[in-house]
Each structure stands twice: as structure tokens, then as C-alpha cells.
Design a protein around this ligand. Structure first.
Ligand code: BEZ
Ligand code: FE
Length: 289
């Protein structure tokens, strides 16, 4: 019989998990055991603390459902989601950087033409997002831009019980000849992550700001290129320096320039003042084509 001691338990646990049939699972689990044990040793974890952690994990699972992923939120605020994004999307420095997907993307958004209005009557300052999608070598790309955002109060439709249909989201096609796109929407507002669950309870014990700066989400896809999940952030927005999910990157900050009533980039006219943000998306070609 193998006697278990404080000194050999890590080695024994790693040996057991190394028997996983899939080599990658074995690698992941043995490393997890090693790091968990190192963590417990480093902080001299007490039994009360271990139990508090178990209770927190249980609550995190219990509050999660089809609309709420509290574990992903936990990963986001710990910086793990953004670390995983960055390790797995090491694009050329000239390519548009990736950031977190977030919980509010849904498949099957309505398709709109050039300059189509995805705000569809939702109140707010009109915002036109315009530019081109191109490859690293400058070739224009007939990309699909899947766009979604919060409203002028910082709310997504999933957070509004009275809204039961897609809102402030649409798919646009960049023009095949020059890669140009034009999104008509309203200016989004920054917002707080959900603070009524276990993640919020932890954050409340710290000085951490629980807000995200104003942003619009994009999932940009084009043949032969890595899908790009990213955001555009409003220059000068509150919380740019303290995004609670670490998603902000300088390259993704764009000016929302004020414009007088008059002609708009879709060829129409606005009777009210509006905003224009210009941004060219540069996609990373796939490594193997
Ligand atoms: C979002 O940008 O939609 C988001 C990302 C991470 C956590 C919460 C919200
Ligand atoms: Fe968001």
C-alpha cells in the first residue's frame, strides 16, 4: 500500500491523472493538480477557506442558466478569458486584434444592407460605423460583419424582460469590390457586469470597478482568414483604463466624431446631429490555406 503524506500527495495525484486515455487530457489534469496543490501550499489554505471556495463554485453553477454564464464571467474578471484569447490569436501586429466574445452574441442575427439601421427605432444618438475590411496585404475582403451592442442605457436585450426579440444586432456584408461596410446604429453606453451573483459578491469585496467602457462588438469572417472577434471602443469613454474584463486594447479605440445634421455615409440625410466612427478591419490570413 502506498502511504500518502503531505510531501508525496501531489506526485501521487499527478500519477493517477496521468492515466487519462487522451494525452492532452492527461497533460491538462496533471498540470491542474500541480498548480492547485502549489496554490494550496503557497497560501496555506485552511479548511474554512476551502469550504468557502466550494460554496462559491456551487453558487456560481446554480445561478447559471441558458442566459447567464457565471463561470465565464468569473473567467472574464480573473483575466483568464482575455489571456486565452491572446494566446490563441497571436495575429500580425498590423492585423486588428481580437478580444473577448462576451455572453451576448447570438447566432442568426438579421441581415441588413449597406447602411441598414440595426437600431430600428431604439432611442439614442445615431452612430455610423464605416470603413473597409481588408487582408494583411491590403486586398479588400467581401467579409461578413456580425455586429451587436448594448443600448444607450448600457443594456442588452437579454437583460430586459420586456424585450423578447433580437435588438441592436445585425449582419452586414462588406462590398466585394472595395471591402467597404457601413453600419447604422446608436451610440452604446458603458455598463456594469451583473453584480447580483457570486462574481459580484467577490468584486464587491475589492476596489475593482465593475464596469465596461462603451463598445460595439464585431465578429468578422472572410474566406481564407481567421475569424476575428473584437470590439470597437469609444475614444474618451469612461472605464477605458479599467475594463472589468480586461478587453480593451489601444488599437480598438476609435473616435466617435460629432457631425451636424446633413448627408450621412449611407447616402441618406440625418435631421439630427449624428456620430461617425471610421475603422478599417485587417484580417489575418489562415496559416494553412
Ligand atoms: C460584453 O461585452 O458583452 C461582456 C463581456 C464580458 C462579460 C460581460 C459582458
Ligand atoms: Fe458588450
Amino acid at each position: 500500500m502506498q502511504l500518502v503524506t503531505e510531501d508525496n500527495i501531489t506526485e501521487l495525484a499527478q500519477q493517477r491523472w496521468a492515466t487519462a486515455k487522451d494525452p492532452r487530457t492527461a497533460e491538462l489534469l496533471t498540470a491542474l493538480v500541480r498548480h492547485l496543490h502549489d496554490f494550496a501550499r503557497e497560501v496555506r489554505l485552511t479548511e474554512a477557506e476551502w469550504m468557502a471556495a466550494v460554496r462559491w463554485l456551487t453558487a456560481t453553477g446554480q445561478i447559471s442558466d441558458a442566459k447567464r454564464e457565471e463561470f465565464i464571467l468569473a473567467s472574464d474578471v480573473l483575466g483568464l478569458s482575455m489571456l486565452v484569447v491572446q494566446m490563441n490569436h497571436r495575429f500580425d501586429p498590423e492585423a486588428t486584434p481580437a478580444t473577448v466574445l462576451g455572453p451576448f452574441h447570438i447566432d442568426g442575427s438579421p441581415e441588413l444592407g449597406f447602411g441598414g439601421d440595426m437600431s430600428d427605432g431604439v432611442a439614442g444618438t445615431p452612430l455610423y460605423l464605416t470603413g473597409v475590411v481588408r487582408s494583411l496585404d491590403g486586398t479588400p475582403l467581401p467579409a461578413v460583419l456580425d455586429v451587436w451592442q448594448a443600448d444607450a442605457d448600457g443594456a442588452y436585450e437579454a437583460q430586459l424582460p420586456e424585450v423578447d426579440e433580437a435588438r441592436l444586432r445585425a449582419k452586414y456584408h462588406a462590398a466585394p469590390d472595395d471591402g467597404s461596410y457601413c453600419v447604422r446604429t446608436i451610440a452604446p453606453k458603458g455598463y456594469s457586469i451583473p453584480m447580483d451573483g457570486p462574481v459580484g459578491a467577490l468584486i464587491s469585496q475589492t476596489e475593482i470597478s465593475h464596469f465596461r467602457p462603451a463598445h460595439v462588438h464585431f465578429l468578422v469572417t472572410a474566406d481564407g482568414h481567421e475569424p476575428l472577434i473584437t470590439h470597437l471602443f469609444e475614444e474618451g469613454a469612461e472605464y477605458l483604463d479599467s475594463d472589468v474584463v480586461f478587453g480593451t486594447k489601444q488599437e480598438l479605440v476609435v473616435a466617435f466624431e460629432p457631425r451636424e445634421p446633413g448627408p450621412t455615409p449611407d447616402g441618406g440625410t440625418s435631421d439630427v446631429p449624428w456620430l461617425e466612427a471610421r475603422y478599417d478591419f485587417v484580417l489575418q490570413p489562415c496559416a494553412r490555406q
